[in-house]
Write a protein of this length. Structure first.
Length: 317
């Protein structure tokens, strides 16, 4: 089973101030603008944006370098809002590297500033991020508390029709699933699917479909229904060229076919999943796929390939 929970919730990390000219701007253009920027708050916002762009490329060294420039200038100009955005960037760097304690430290630093400036929406977003962090540390009791507090604030702000609310609700669903409260998890995911459709958020729809599929597979054992959800998710993933999502959903489909003892079909989907996972260096997924490929080859009577993939599973793990 692979639920994209860690990846899903990273969506809620990107809370920072961005000048309007920087929206959807290629990183080379952002760097050119940065060269001619004055030492003002706009430059801090731009440094934060550049840092996040490098985070998206998994270039954490340069991401951190630009974040530290932003911190220095924020302190010089006493720009607390900009500093809060930079703390988010640093938290995301550590989070993506699996260093959850350091990520948590910067999340709480950002939260402190958000509270001091009475930024309610910012507070809710950071609370959601912290919930995500605790979720990935399997501390479900703390995670659910932070997600619920985030959702309460969003409701008070009448932000139930926003991507931020969507991300917090996805997080709540993931925690319920982790606690094996599957009916509550399914309720959350059905809501996120509906909300994603209202927001025209294809990524959110695909994630919700994937998670609903997992509930039908792992809890309800209704494999035909699960497969239908996974195939719908895959279609969206392919349309938006989301390689992470494609690789994950291919694995989920392969797992369904394996459970149905349709191992030739399972082999096709798992092989495709592994190829993409290796291409994008998605190590966590590689572990799952290598294990499933070992089981699939074993079921097909191919002991040699079963052993090879089991060894790869152990080595990757």
């Amino acid at each position: 089973m692979f639920r994209l929970a860690k990846l899903i919730l990273q969506l809620s990390f990107f809370l920072f101030c961005v000048p309007s000219f920087a929206q959807n701007t290629p990183i080379d253009s952002l760097l050119n603008i940065l060269k001619n920027s004055s030492e003002d708050t706009n430059k801090i916002n731009l440094l934060n944006r550049v840092s996040f762009e490098f985070i998206n490329q998994s270039d954490f060294i340069r991401a951190k370098a630009y974040a530290m420039q932003a911190i220095t200038l924020s302190e010089k100009l006493h720009f607390e809002k900009g500093k809060a955005g930079t703390y988010n960037a640093l938290a995301t760097i550590y989070y993506d590297q699996g260093d959850y304690p350091n990520a948590l430290e910067f999340q709480f630093k950002s939260l402190k500033i958000r509270r001091s400036t009475n930024d309610s929406a910012g507070i809710a977003s950071i609370l959601s991020n912290i919930g995500n962090n605790y979720y990935n540390q399997l501390d479900y009791a703390k995670a659910i508390r932070y997600f619920e507090n985030a959702l309460l604030i969003y409701k008070k702000l009448k932000m139930q029709k926003t991507s931020r609310y969507l991300n917090a609700l996805l997080g709540e669903g993931a925690v319920y699933e982790g606690e094996k409260e599957y009916d509550k998890a399914l309720e959350c995911y059905l809501k996120t699917k509906e909300l994603s459709e209202q927001l025209n958020d294809e990524d959110g729809v695909a994630i919700s479909l994937n998670n609903i599929g997992n509930i039908y597979k792992d809890y309800k054992r209704q494999y035909a229904e699960a497969l239908d959800y996974f195939l719908k998710s895959l279609k969206i993933r392919e349309a938006i060229n989301d390689k992470n999502g494609i690789a994950t959903t291919l694995y989920n489909i392969g797992s369904i076919y394996h459970l149905q003892k349709k191992n030739k079909e399972a082999l096709v989907y798992c092989t495709k999943s592994l190829s993409i996972a290796k291409e994008i260096e998605f190590l966590d997924l590689e572990i799952f796929v290598e294990n499933l490929l070992s089981l699939t080859y074993e079921a097909l009577g191919d002991k040699s390939n079963a052993l090879n993939h089991y060894k790869a599973y152990i080595d990757t793990k």
